[in-house]
Each structure stands twice: as C-alpha cells, then as structure tokens.
Write a protein that binds this ligand. Structure first.
Ligand code: GLA
Length: 382
C-alpha cells in the first residue's frame, strides 16, 4: 500500500508541481463464498483485499475533472455538466469515473471539479473487482472535493447504478458493497435483500490465497446475463419474487415440474445461500475445517449445477485441494475464467502458493498468478 500511495503522490507532484490535498484508496475483493446469489436477494461473504485503486487529488476550483491515469499512461478531462445526460460510451477507464459522477449527480450530490492521478494494483479483468474499486475510489475523491456526508451503502448502490446503467454491465451489489464497507481482518456476511452486513473474523492462523488462472473468457457479460434470466425464470416457476424465498425441500418437491437446466440453476442458488450462512457460523466459532468444506461444496455446485466454472478453474481448484495445507478451495467471482480462492494454513502459505502454481502450470500450460491476501478496510481517505 505504501508503495502505491507514494506512486500516485509522486506522480501528482511531478504533473502539478505541488502536493495533493488528499489521497484515497478503494479495494478490490475476493468472495469467500456466496456466488451468483447477490442478484437473487441472497447472501454473500466477501472480503476487501490489499489490492486497490488509489487517487491523489485536489479541488481545482472549476467545473471540470482533470485526470492522469498511470496504468493507462493517459490524460482525460471532462466538464461536470457534460455528464448530465445518460450517455453510455465505451468501457474505457474514464467511463467508470464519469458514470460514478453521473450517478452521484443524479442522486442530488453537489459535485465540484477536481484534479487527480489514478493508479491501481488490482489486476484488471481477473474477477477481483477492479471496476468496483475504481468506482468507489471516484466516490471518495468526490467526497474529498465536495465535502458531502459519506454513507458507504449509498455510495455502493450509486456505484452499482453507474456500472449497470452507464457501463451497461448488469452486476449485483456484492462488489461495490465490499469495496465500500470492508473492514480489516474481516469478511462481511451481507444480506443482499436488506443490505444488512455482519462482520465475521477470519479463522486464526489461516491465510486467504487468490489463484489467478491467467485465463479470461470473452462473452462473460452475456453468459452472466443469461444466468440472471434463468434465475428469474426459476423464481417465477416457484411463484416467488426471488430465489431467496425458496428452500431446498420446496425446490426438490417441484423438480418434475421445472425444466432441468432451470432446476439446476435454482438448486445452486438455494443451496449456496445455506452454505454461505453456515460459513459465517463456522467462521464465528473459528471452525476453518467447516468453512473449507463448504467452499469445496460451493465449487462443485458452481461447476455442475450453475455451470460457470471452466477447465482452467477446475484444474486450479484441484491443484490447490491436493496440497496438504489447503483446507478448501473454489472458483470465485462471476466465473468462466479468472480466479480461484483457497483457505490455507498460514505456516505453509508461501509453499502452498508455489506448489499449486507449479502443478497448475504443468497440467494446463497456463501462466498463473498467486496472491496471499489480507482483508483490508473499504474505501477510505488516507
Ligand atoms: C460478479 C458480479 C457480482 C456477483 C458475482 C457472482 O462479480 O459483479 O455482482 O454477481 O459476479 O457472485
């Protein structure tokens, strides 16, 4: 973190020949369990990670936003009045900033101009929510420049609106909520219906290891949207407003009357909600074994019933599970490529990381990246 703060600060001084007034940071996330449940009003259990987007900035006494991106080596500038209309463009980095400001503005937040240097160390497109991190960092930068009252849940909902309507990606609320509300050393059990969150401590002597398969799949958005439609279909077949309102016995009783694909999608969501609540209970009593078991089961359900895993993700999860110090592993995020997450005994975390990466590379030929992660605070002014 210190390295990244220095990087944006130094660049700010270089470009503007003065110190920034503020530096903000908003993290990426890894989801421990509760996958494809957020848009079904269900439960998720993510944590904010020590990889984030940073902005060093100052108010510029104008109506314009002036930006320098170190990652893209690019400058952008726009007038705040220009973002009054909903004008979805590309998914270029600056659109996440414009979209968030559009959502803040349309919710009535007073916005004034600022100048900022942006950089991040959340790998882009890996399923660790680099976009939510950029949205929440933007919201924090606006708070610094315009001095409005910060409300994490409201900021998360507006960032999600930016992503849904400005960028055009129909994500749920998990990524923005954890980037806004994460707390150091904790996971967050979030009820995506009430938006009520409960902090849960990570089990002692356990590390969370993110395993990037190095694979990215195109058409993720369209497959994601297709899963959403299938879940809506399942809810309608069960005569409820969302799958949150169904339990497993109720679903099983209707198996013969529901299309088999729709049934399997629903089975994943309904069973994943139960696993996620049970995982929070297990964490509450420091039972890492139980949490690991639930993670393993979650992977099987995502692979076989929800069908959002991939050969690379399955291979990574298997390589992880073969290591003696691994307590559980699963794919994480939307799926189809990207990352897996493993629960590992801290004493062996480094050895686990290199062994798993080596086995995975040997069996698939792909180049993995491995991050031993810490749970951090959500969007903050440093
Ligand atoms: C993506 C979305 C989230 C969530 C996950 C799957 O990360 O942005 O809202 O739906 O996929 O759990």
């Amino acid at each position: 973190m210190i390295g990244m703060v220095k990087r944006v600060r130094d660049a700010f001084v270089h470009y503007l020949s003065r110190d920034p007034e503020w530096v903000v940071r908003a993290p990426g996330r890894v989801n421990l369990i509760g996958e494809h449940t957020d848009y079904n009003d269900g439960f998720v259990l993510p944590m904010a990670i020590n990889r984030a987007v940073y902005i060093a900035g100052m108010s510029n006494e104008s109506n314009r936003v002036e930006l320098f991106s170190l990652d893209y080596d690019a400058n952008e500038s726009f007038g705040i009045e220009e973002i009054a209309e909903l004008t979805p463009n590309s998914s270029s980095w600056v659109e996440y900033i414009k979209g968030t400001m559009w959502a803040l503005k349309s919710a009535g937040y007073p916005l004034s101009g600022w100048t900022g240097v942006v950089a991040g160390d959340v790998p882009i497109g890996a399923g660790l929510s680099s976009s939510a991190a950029l949205e929440l960092a933007t919201a924090r930068a606006c708070e610094c420049a315009s001095e409005f009252l910060w409300d994490g849940t409201k900021m998360a909902l507006l960032s999600q609106r930016a992503e849904n309507q400005w960028i055009g990606v129909k994500c749920g609320i998990m990524d923005q909520m954890i980037s806004a509300q994460g707390i150091k050393d904790h996971g967050l059990l979030l009820d995506c219906r009430s938006m009520h969150g409960r902090l849960v401590s990570l089990p002692p002597k356990i590390s969370i290891v993110v395993l990037d398969t190095g694979t990215r799949r195109g058409l993720v958005d369209s497959i994601y949207n297709e899963r959403r439609v299938q879940c809506e279909q399942a809810a309608s077949d069960m005569s409820v407003s969302s799958l949150r309102d169904v339990d497993l016995p109720e679903l099983m009783a209707k198996e013969n009357r529901i299309d088999s694909v729709i049934f399997r999608r629903a089975k994943h969501v309904v069973s994943e909600n139960t696993r996620t609540e049970n995982a929070a209970v297990a964490m509450g009593i420091g039972n890492a074994e139980e949490l690991g078991q639930l993670m393993n089961e979650s992977h099987v359900s995502l692979r076989d019933d929800f069908e959002v895993s991939s050969l690379a993700l399955d291979a990574m999860v298997e390589c992880a599970q073969q290591q003696a110090s691994c307590i559980g592993a699963r794919m994480t995020g939307a799926g189809f490529g990207g990352c897996a997450v493993a629960l590992v005994q801290t004493v062996d975390a480094e050895n686990f990381s290199s062994k798993t990466a080596e086995h995975y590379k040997r069996s698939t030929g792909n180049n993995p990246n491995v991050y031993v992660c810490k749970a951090t605070n959500g969007a903050e002014r440093l």
